[in-house]
Write a protein that binds this ligand. Structure first.
Ligand SMILES: [Zn+2]
Length: 122
């Protein structure tokens, strides 16, 4: 059996992934981004490496092009933990380019529906 390679990413790698992730027009890019797979928002403070509980809403670092799995910051992107197995192709460069062309908005009704406190409003 082939041994699985475990890669340990640094906090700076997660930062790089976040910076490459599509933004939302009505939210601070430092706090919210868009998951290009499910088109649902990602919340910065729910980074997998910062939390003990591994919930599907947590985001993690994934490779944009996993066909040529270069471990370089420009190949990192943030996606939901749950969405990693749902990516359409091993090379998501085209899909991400298309997603970036569209202005994405955070759905404010989501907050009411889920009774979550919006920490961005003071
Ligand atoms: Zn997602």
């Amino acid at each position: 059996m082939e041994q699985q390679k475990i890669i340990e990413f640094q906090a700076s790698d997660f930062e790089a992934a976040w910076e490459n992730t599509p933004t939302l027009v009505n939210k601070k890019a430092a706090e919210f981004r868009l998951c290009y797979i499910c088109k649902y928002h990602l919340q910065k403070n729910l980074a997998e490496h910062l939390l003990m509980n591994h919930d599907g809403f947590n985001w993690t670092l994934d490779l944009i092009n996993a066909k040529k799995p270069f471990l370089q910051p420009d190949n990192y992107i943030a996606v939901h933990l749950n969405c990693v197995p749902n990516r359409r192709s091993l090379d998501s460069r085209k899909q991400i380019k298309r997603v970036l062309k569209t202005p994405w908005k955070f759905d404010e009704s989501w907050i009411e529906d889920n009774s979550v406190i919006d920490t961005t409003k003071n």
